[in-house]
Design a protein around this ligand. Structure first.
Ligand code: ADP
Ligand code: MG
Length: 475
């Protein structure tokens, strides 16, 4: 925004609240780093504080949406630590012309077109002309924590990124197909590849798109009869990444187009990276030739998180927040929020916001209170009935044997396994478990648990059965 217009308006004086805004933005800059600051936050201008509302202006709607979805919570929290009267945040769009008009005491002045400079859009948007979607500044390799569940996907992504910037510009595997459940880091890895290429080899043309956006662009091109342009745009890229291709399946013409584009790029030795929530062979509604083609390169899956990975992610995010978060809180979260990384981050952010508001450490009970909804949703919902059914199926005995009084080894052992798993996987008490197994005493359940624990140590076949059942029940 024009400096001249600003000083006109305030006649050299500092606006009330401008100083605190300077500190807010300074702290956010420290948190997100220089690159993100320059891309998203630098063009923000302080407007005013009035009636509990902090108002800032950005030059474009795009930036407003971006700031609102990615930084608004943090901005508000930081602002409140500076000025506790601020309890709302408004982000307004004020392109240059509008600012001009306002500067002259609301009298409408139309800035001459020749004077209007192009608005400073974040440069990231330029990747791959206007086709590519914006990249999240937080999704870099530096911010990605590697553990057992994601090490293959991470190594493959790194390999692709490095090959793409190397002078030889080799293509290690084509395509790289990343798949895994929601919130496990697929999009993060794709953005990380794009960032790496952008930083190391800005001349390379990279397009990152969701499959939905790809479809939308294609259908629009059909309508405006510019399919040739559309194809050319894609066919001139060095690296094409399409996120969430499970959404492409089923739409015939788009699939057809995707297939042709895909083949053309592979033939020209251009790198392609695809993500989906399932492996190529499990993707429904995909043509057979597409399915097999997708599996030609490297297929890397991201497994559900482990405790160690969750703790690692929390520790790294806690460090970035520059707050002192008690280790036992982090361990508690890593134990309890098992669904995916997105929820884990959500939980941590809530705790951070709370600590900033009250200005002191949070207790374990406090955290439990704050997160009760998330915690409930993350509880394992395995029931004893389900355990009994699975175990009976696995050992090929009748479900009725779970509650019968027969003591033959062939039925007693599976029954003990089911009791053991009930103790492990549900929050039921021993007497409750006993009742579910034909009204047995709680000491029988204790005996079963001990017996199976012993056998797991000495009988590897049984140990495997138990492990298999556990995984099946928990998935
Ligand atoms: P997906 O695309 O697989 O649904 P995302 O890539 O959007 O998941 O990840 C969800 C959130 O979790 C993002 O904020 C991302 O930064 C974070 N995340 C996922 N995996 C990791 C990881 N290994 N290290 C750090 N952050 C991660
Ligand atoms: Mg994603």
């Amino acid at each position: 925004m024009p400096e001249a217009a600003r000083s006109d308006r305030v006649e050299g004086a500092v606006l009330v609240g401008e100083g605190e805004w300077g500190r807010v933005i300074g702290r956010l800059k420290q948190e997100v780093g220089e690159a993100a600051y320059r891309s998203w936050l630098k063009s923000m201008r302080f407007e005013r504080v009035a009636d509990g509302e902090g108002v800032i202006a950005v030059p474009t709607r795009f930036l407003r949406n971006w700031v609102a979805t990615h930084y608004a919570d943090r901005l508000l929290a930081l602002w409140r630590t500076e000025n506790e009267q601020v309890n709302r945040l408004a982000i307004i769009v004020e392109p240059r012309v509008a600012a001009f008009a306002q500067a002259k005491d609301e009298e409408m002045v139309t800035a001459p077109a020749a004077l209007a400079e192009p608005l400073a859009m974040p440069d990231i948007v330029e990747v791959g002309a206007n086709l590519s979607a914006p990249l999240d500044p937080r999704f870099t390799f530096e911010n990605f924590i590697v553990g057992k569940p994601n090490e293959l996907a991470h190594a493959a992504a790194r390999r692709v990124a490095e090959a793409c910037v190397s002078p030889a510009h080799s293509v290690p595997f084509n395509p790289l197909f990343l798949y895994g459940g929601v919130g496990l880091g697929k999009t993060h890895l794709m953005h990380a590849i794009a960032w790496h290429v952008r930083m190391q080899a800005p001349g390379r043309k990279v397009i990152y798109l969701s499959a939905e956006k790809f479809m939308y662009q294609f259908i629009r091109a059909l309508r405006f009869r510019s399919t040739m342009d559309f194809k050319d745009q894609f066919r001139s890229v060095d690296l094409l990444m399409i996120d969430d291709v499970q959404f492409i399946s089923g739409k015939d013409s788009t699939q057809e187009e995707f297939f042709h584009t895909f083949n053309a790029l592979v033939d020209q030795n251009r790198q392609i990276v695809i993500s989906a929530d399932k492996s190529p062979s499990d993707l429904a509604g995909l043509e057979e030739r597409m399915r097999s083609r997708l599996g030609w390169g490297l297929v890397a899956d991201i497994h559900p998180t482990t405790y160690e990975l969750r703790l690692g992610i929390l520790q790294s995010k806690a460090e970035q927040s520059a707050l002192r978060l008690p280790q036992k809180i982090l361990e508690f979260l890593a134990h309890k929020i098992v669904s995916n990384v997105r929820e884990l981050e959500g939980a941590l952010n809530r705790i951070i916001a709370q600590m900033q508001l009250v200005g002191r450490e949070i207790t374990l009970e406090g955290a439990q209170d704050l997160l009760h909804d998330l915690l409930r949703a993350n509880e394992r919902r395995v029931t004893i009935d389900e355990i009994q059914r699975r175990v009976a199926e696995h050992f090929n005995i009748k479900m009725a044997e779970m509650t019968s009084s027969r003591r033959a080894r062939a039925v007693a052992r599976p029954r003990q396994v089911a009791m053991y798993l009930s103790k492990q996987l549900t929050s039921r008490s021993l007497p409750e478990i006993g009742r579910k197994f034909g009204g047995r005493d709680h000491t029988t359940v204790i005996h079963a648990v001990k017996k199976i624990e012993e056998l797991i140590e000495s009988d590897s076949a049984l140990a495997e059965d138990v492990e298999l059942l556990r995984r099946m029940l928990q998935s």
